[in-house]
Ligand binder design. Structure first.
Ligand code: ZN
Length: 750
């Protein structure tokens, strides 16, 4: 069966019907989201033609088309085969893939109120659509028949893997349930889709509206020039010319917390940030979370699982929440012990400052001119000159910088002038050349959804086109906080070769036009991290799109990305690309040595804030069907764990988008540590060899990890790369914790 014929017929039929019904033939016929992408590079998304009003009719038409395609496969009179069932399914839904990809891009990057209204309406309908496919009984029977016969036919290993994946996903989605349970399942999924949308929009609203604007220079005490410049630009772009703004996003908040001498303002900024989604107003997420957890627990029961966590982890490397928990707990104890040491170091500095006449901050008395929506309780001025400072969460980053300076003679502000965003991007390209043989060239004339987005063409060592890389670096209203990678199109070759289109998105604060953007070391690591995901997508060389690129187990997908972070600190990158923004001089060797000596500095903080989020996530989703008050659950869980009072969760429950913006990372935030266990072990393959640029190890990595997508069980793939299973000791070494010797080995996935 020809996919293109099928699709062409579907589109035409639907457009005609819709046009007749609405009498708007011309407008609907011109919906730019529906046709195949045209232009160079195998077609590119028509961002220049897309308008928000196109999404709803395009989603409706493409969902209807895909349902027809599914019915055609289900009703095929020929006996089920891999080709007429699974390959046909891989070839179907092309229009919907294109439309929903652009829809997702708008949701993450261009979320205007106008768009949010469409999203709110369409999210449950997309969920309903998904269930209609999963609950198509004739279709599932054919899938099951192909799956059952997979060993007796002539299927390739990749075809067997796809049979397993599709069959498993259908069963996990409820394909084997009775009619009543299926109906309930679909109701739950639709309601969840609405709740996820509201949750995300609420967090975005709190990140956009709760901006702290300062109008006095004294409010900026302690801030380095680069942070002041960003704050001025942020205020300017929001209509507060001549003032300074701290946006309620991580990239804005963390530098302020690290350097502001104004303890009162640090607290204010910190409270505004950690209370996103938790302000008791119309955008409060607590009630939504209670309902999400309830519905997830009910759904897991319907599907025969003890809890949502057990359902989610069934097809992960960890397999069970208990095994994931075991890893988290193994690292928790040394991490908290390290926090105690870090706090003691910080307290000593704070005490010394108190004795010597106080913190400069305490002398300034002004408050922000405009603290829109700030609900921080007014606290007594406990930071008056000479008063004893007890390290609080809004002090941690600030005093950590002072300890870093005292212990390692390392000042992050000394490093930052060498970390220019554009130079580091060139550094990433260089690493991609060394390890993957990729070559990046900027291209023009490719439509983008915002003028800040730029596009590069990627070619392999032989000069063959591999894909496109879109880069959207800056924060803007309507863009989600944080950093991520996205695939606009995945690689495949079963009908004809199709190359991938990937993007990296982050939230750097845009400086003045023409001035280089200086970023922190952590942000530079994040930059490399997301680029690792992009390289995973770009390296993909598989047959079927469902198995391509980053479509791997959740607790494996962070391995390629975290691995790439390691190349940032290699001398090869730093000497070439960590160049001073004024002098152009490379970062001095002495400074690099200081960075290396301080590599595990503050690891207690970093690991503990992460683990707290990962543990609360798992515990929330292992709690079963009982009614949960998120604030109380979080408080009690952290108390029971012995959470240090000086730290909060990296993502507090009311804005924990990883786990409540969708199912994706729910009961899955542990994945970062699971993956990092593998990452640390994998990087040692390089250091045990000829170093980070060892060509032979790089080839094994490409062949067994980056290129294969989900065509091989990840545990087997890792063994092929490393010759053995990963152990935990490399992780402990990487983080500077004492080794435990207990290794979470990775069982086979199917
Ligand atoms: Zn990642």
């Amino acid at each position: 069966m020809s996919r293109s014929l099928l699709m062409g017929a579907g589109v035409t039929a639907l457009l005609t019907a819709a046009a007749l019904a609405s009498g708007q033939a011309a407008e609907i016929g011109m919906n730019p989201l529906l046709p195949k992408w045209t232009g160079s590079y195998g077609g590119i998304p028509p961002f220049d033609k897309v308008k928000v009003e196109h999404f709803k009719p395009a989603l409706e038409a493409s969902m209807a088309e895909t349902l027809k395609e599914a019915d055609a496969i289900a009703n095929d009179p020929a006996p089920p085969t891999f080709q007429n069932t699974l390959a046909a399914m891989e070839g179907s839904g092309r229009t919907l893939d294109r439309v929903s990809n652009v829809f997702g891009i708008y949701s993450n990057n261009m979320s205007t109120p106008e768009f949010q209204a469409v999203e709110t309406e369409m999210a449950p309908r997309l969920a309903e659509f998904g269930d209609k496919i999963t609950q198509n009984e004739k279709l599932f029977k054919r899938i099951a028949a192909v799956y059952d016969a997979r060993e007796s036919g002539n299927l390739t290993p990749e075809q067997k893997r796809l049979s397993w994946l599709v069959y498993t996903n259908f069963v996990r989605g409820g394909a084997k349930l009775g009619p009543e349970a299926k109906k309930r399942m679909s109701e739950i999924n639709q309601r969840l889709a609405s709740l996820y949308t509201s949750f995300t929009q609420n967090v975005l609203s709190d990140e956009t509206t709760y901006v702290l604007v300062f109008d006095r220079e004294s409010d900026l005490a302690g801030l380095p020039d680069s942070v002041r410049a960003s704050a001025a630009a942020a205020a300017d772009s929001r209509g507060h010319k001549g003032k300074w703004a701290v946006l309620n996003t991580r990239s804005s908040v963390e530098p302020f917390l690290s350097y502001s001498d104004r303890r009162d303002l640090r607290e204010k900024v910190w409270r505004t940030f950690v209370n996103r989604g938790d302000n008791g107003d119309a955008k409060d997420n607590n009630k939504l979370i209670t309902e999400i957890l309830h519905l997830r627990a009910e759904r897991a029961k319907l599907l025969g699982f003890t809890t949502h966590a057990h359902w989610r982890l069934e097809n992960s490397m960890a397999k069970t929440p208990e095994r994931a928990m075991q890893l988290l707990e193994a690292v928790w104890t040394p991490a908290v012990a390290r926090v105690r040491e870090e706090v003691a170091d910080m307290q000593a500095i704070a005490d010394k400052e108190t004795r010597s006449g106080g913190i400069p901050a305490a002398k300034a008395g002004s408050t922000p001119a405009a603290a829109e929506g700030d609900d921080a309780p007014k606290r007594g001025r406990e930071d008056e000159v000479g008063a004893k400072v007890k390290i609080e969460p809004w002090d941690y980053r600030y005093y950590a910088e002072k300890v870093r300076k005292a212990k390692y003679d390392l000042d992050e502000n000394e490093v930052k002038p060498y970390l220019q965003l554009e130079k580091l991007r060139e550094g990433m390209f260089w690493v991609a050349g060394e390890i993957f043989g990729f070559h990046f060239t900027p291209v023009t004339g490719v439509p983008v959804y915002h003028p800040d987005v730029h596009v590069w063409e990627v070619k392999d060592a032989s000069g063959t086109h591999v894909g496109l890389w879109y880069f959207d670096p800056y924060a803007r209203p309507g863009k989600q906080s944080g950093a991520w990678m996205n695939a606009y199109r995945t690689q495949e070759k079963f009908e004809r070769p199709i190359t991938t289109i990937v993007s990296n998105n982050s939230n750097f604060v845009k400086g003045k036009p023409g001035e280089p953007i200086l970023i922190s070391w952590t942000d530079a690591q994040t930059l490399f991290h997301e680029f690792g995901h992009a390289l995973h997508g770009l390296s993909s060389n598989v047959t079927y799109p469902s198995l391509a690129g980053t479509n791997v187990a959740r607790d494996y997908v962070e391995f390629p990305s975290q691995l790439l972070e390691h190349w940032l600190s290699t001398p090869e990158v730093l000497n070439r690309f960590a160049l001073h923004y004024q002098t152009g001089q490379p970062i001095p060797r002495a400074l690099v040595e200081k960075i290396e000596r301080a590599a595990t500095f503050n690891e207690g903080f970093d690991t503990t804030e992460y683990l707290a989020s990962a543990l609360v996530d798992l515990k929330l989703h292992m709690a079963g069907g009982k009614t949960i008050d998120p604030d109380a659950f979080e408080r009690e869980t952290l108390a029971a764990l012995g959470m240090p009072s000086e730290i909060v969760m990296r993502h507090r429950t009311p804005h924990f988008g990883h786990i409540f913006a969708g199912d994706g990372y729910s009961a899955g935030y542990y994945s970062y540590l699971w993956s990092d266990t593998i990452t640390a072990d994998a990087y040692e393959a390089f250091t045990e060899g000829k170093g980070p640029y060892d060509k032979a190890v790089a080839k094994r990595l490409r062949d067994n990890v980056f290129a294969i997508g989900n065509t091989v069980d990840p545990a087997d793939a890792y063994r092929a790369f490393r010759g053995r299973d990963p152990g935990i000791d490399a992780l402990m070494r990487k983080r500077g914790f004492p080794a435990t010797g207990s290794a979470p080995s990775a069982p086979s996935q199917n």
